[in-house]
Design a protein around this ligand. Structure first.
Ligand SMILES: N[C@@H](CCC(=O)N[C@@H](CS)C(=O)NCC(=O)O)C(=O)O
Length: 217
């Protein structure tokens, strides 16, 4: 039995990644949602997650082993519960998919700062201005190049053909582009739609829209 500790679905981009990856792999888990940056929320998170951050996976079958960090969770679950099926089968594609995730995990600071995830909002007016900031424009251009190259190589419908951890890592970017009105060429818009249309993604978006907490970043 697994428990995934997550933050607000409207805001927590890091939580969305493993949540979607687990859902798409058909792995059963319980979800424990903590409202972030609220009174007592840090103490609650620290009961599960030694880093004080979400997401954190608890594996009850392994003595309540805590695996924190979105990438570590995806790797652990892929190895222990999905027989490796959450990465592309072909070694070259698998190496590239890992590089995509690592780049997403460690980079794109301007995108995180200026286009933070806010699923239920329509921030296209402010988004039009922020997209012109040089660092944000560079991050968007890099993401477009990454998507373009992967999709051109495999033909879609996801970055490396079938859905993989790489798509889970870019799912929060898909919602950010919608929130901030980032326009995409047809092939990339089609990819973004494929991610948005996934049943678990629709469920996450619907839950995010129902949340009422407001976090000011
Ligand atoms: N590198 C970590 C980042 C986790 C992270 O920054 N989580 C944020 C939420 S999206 C958090 O827990 N913030 C709450 C806090 O710091 O109190 C990961 O990939 O899981």
């Amino acid at each position: 039995m697994l428990t995934l500790v997550i933050g607000n679905k409207n805001y927590s981009s890091w939580s969305l990644r493993p949540w979607l990856a687990l859902q798409m792999a058909g792995i059963a888990f319980e979800e424990l949602r903590v409202s972030l940056y609220a009174e007592g929320s840090k103490d609650t998170i620290l009961r599960y997650s030694p880093s004080g951050k979400v997401p954190c996976l608890i594996d009850h079958a392994r003595g309540d082993l805590a695996v924190w960090d979105s990438l570590a969770i995806c790797e652990y679950v892929n190895e222990q519960y999905a027989q490796g099926a959450m990465w592309p089968v072909e070694p070259t594609a698998r190496a590239r998919a890992r590089a995509y995730c690592a780049e997403m995990h460690a980079g794109f600071g301007a995108l995180r700062t200026h286009l933070s995830m806010d699923i239920r909002a329509d921030l296209s007016a402010v988004g039009a201005e922020r997209q012109r900031l040089p660092d944000v424009a560079a991050d968007i251009a890099r993401i477009r190049a990454l998507w373009d190259s992967a999709l051109a190589d495999c033909g879609g419908p996801f970055l490396f053909g079938s859905f993989s951890i790489a798509d889970a890592f870019f799912a929060p970017v898909v919602t950010r582009f919608a929130t901030y009105g980032v326009l995409l060429p047809p092939a990339l818009a089609h990819y973004a739609q494929n991610v948005t249309d996934l049943a678990p993604m629709q469920a996450w978006i619907a839950d995010g829209r129902r949340e009422t907490e407001v976090i000011k970043f």
